[in-house]
Design a protein around this ligand. Sequence first.
Ligand SMILES: C=Cc1cc(F)c(CN2CC[C@](CC#N)(n3cc(C(N)=O)c(NC(=O)OC)n3)[C@H](F)C2)cc1O
Length: 296
Amino acid sequence: FNPSIKPKPTAEVDPTIFEKRFLTKYRALGEGHFGKVELCRYDPRGDKTGELVAVKSLKPEKQEEQGTNLSREIDILKALFHENIVRYKGICGQAYKLIMEYVPLGSLKDYLPRHKKDTSLATLLSYSVQICKGMEYLGSKNYIHRDLAARNVLVENERTVKIGDFGLTKCIKDNEGYYTVKDENDSPVFWYAPECLTQCKFYLASDVWSFGVTLYELITYCDSSKSPMTCFLDMIGSTHGQMTVMRLVKMLNEGRRLPQPDGCPEVYELMRKCWDQKPERRITFTALIKELSNML
Ligand SMILES: C=Cc1cc(F)c(CN2CC[C@](CC#N)(n3cc(C(N)=O)c(NC(=O)OC)n3)[C@H](F)C2)cc1O
């Protein structure tokens, strides 16, 4: 080693720029209204030693209309660093592809029904604490998720979960404290708080409401026969088409809520604190972390 000879810097390669020609598709992980998420291998050496990644891309016919939304989602995810939030890895092409870490055990919606026997209540509560930590961090940056549900929480391993999709995440304007929801075609209405349904206003506390519904999903191990949609449609009668939202709002305004899942009444008490009619009266993610941790 001769200290007087400075090694020539190798060409600076930006690890967040992925070349399309090295991305090989394996299978679809999910389909959305405007695009899809696919499992891919990024294999620049062409010997299958490259890493597996999850790639979100827009349908060609939706790129015009949704391109800005995807680039906003990319900018948000790029700036998030938390152990309970899926990692941003980069972009591909003219930013119509978002490259994320691949979380192989999939969403809680896929995972819980298949692992009911080996997932204790304590583990479910640990998952809940982790979701709240990710959401507390997101809220600290003035972002509202707007689509918190078991289908958007990923299982890293049997001890660790991460919030995995930020397709509807928006930034709250400081002086207003809420985001005005534009017409959302496939809004997850059964996870939405009353103020979102009636006034199209989304507060940080609106995400707490959605967390309460997500906690209900966890405690029922995402059993589709007891899903929020199934339950609510049973309560309001499922033959009302576009009247569904009206009847859902009426039922919520009357104070009716999802029923207590079998066992763990103290967890149901916590859900009820997430479902206070008024956003300002709802429990916060910080308080939820404390109360859930005390149950562990
Ligand atoms: C274009 C818009 C759009 C398209 C979509 F398909 C979806 C829906 N999609 C969200 C991402 C998803 C669920 C979550 N969280 N997921 C991510 C991973 C990962 N990072 O590994 C993963 N892994 C997995 O399933 O492993 C077996 N699933 C799953 F693809 C559903 C939402 C959208 O806004």
